[in-house]
Write a protein that binds this ligand. Structure first.
Ligand code: FE2
Ligand code: FE2
Length: 241
């Protein structure tokens, strides 16, 4: 397995907005802002590849998800290195064309679910796990599962997968939308409750547009509702900064 030491200093308490880099110079500035430790050089190959294969907005989003997932991992006692790896790579296939994703998915038997095969919003997670393994040398099954489930969740998903799913939803670069601040506040006190609320927000949003959600997301919601952490009452008030 090819190992890329990832910069732990990506964590931090204050939200940092990573602006999409429009030039190589801005990319290098952003890299410095994201990763200020002496390990930057060894983390470089991953960031360089992401910069080349994602559009600027998606690249900045990926850094922001990684920073958020590391912060949540520290808060909830998860593996911060895995959180950063999965955060950085979760959208590594997002900028592939649908036909390219379909080709990879079919050739490597990644899914036969027609809903996934017809939707880039769904398919990029499954193909992303494959790309992470083949192009980034990521072999850790827990990280690969977190990438695979980052958009729908999954009944029985690991805390790391919950972290990535939630970080994708609340990262500071996200355009504001109804319910986002409530989920962000809840993320400070309960990973499970915050993820449940975020997925319920997605259901409400998608339903309001007359569209159906993938059954895996609905299954995730039902599973989350059974967890002791979700049923523990009352939820403590988030600590104000
Ligand atoms: Fe995604
Ligand atoms: Fe994302």
């Amino acid at each position: 397995m090819e190992v890329f030491p990832i910069c732990i200093s990506a964590s931090g308490d204050s939200p940092v907005l990573f602006r999409p880099p429009k030039t190589d110079r801005e990319y290098h500035d952003l890299k410095a802002l994201y990763c200020v430790s002496t390990r930057l050089d060894t983390a470089g190959p991953w960031l360089d590849r992401l910069y080349k294969t994602l559009n600027p907005k998606r690249f900045a989003h990926s850094l922001s998800v990684a920073r958020t997932s590391v912060r949540l991992a520290e808060k909830y006692g998860l593996d911060v290195i895995r959180a950063e790896q999965a955060g950085l790579l979760h959208d590594c296939a997002k900028c592939l064309r649908l036909e390219e994703m379909q080709k990879i998915a079919v050739r490597h038997n990644l899914t036969d679910d027609p809903a996934f095969l017809e939707s880039p919003a769904l398919l990029h997670s499954v193909v992303g796990a494959w790309v992470a393994r083949k192009k980034y040398g990521m072999e850790d099954p827990e990280v690969l599962k977190a990438i695979e489930y980052h958009n729908t969740g999954c009944a029985g998903m690991s805390p790391l997968a919950m972290d990535i799913c939630l970080s994708d939803f609340i990262e500071p670069n996200r355009e504001p939308f109804p319910g986002l601040e409530e989920v962000r506040a809840l993320a400070e006190v309960s990973l499970e409750k915050a993820l449940l609320l975020s997925l319920e927000d997605v259901v409400a949003h998608v339903s309001s547009k007359g569209r159906a959600l993938h059954p895996r997301t609905l299954g995730t919601i039902e599973w989350l509702k059974t967890l002791p952490a979700v049923n523990a009452d009352p939820t403590p008030e988030p600590i104000k900064p």
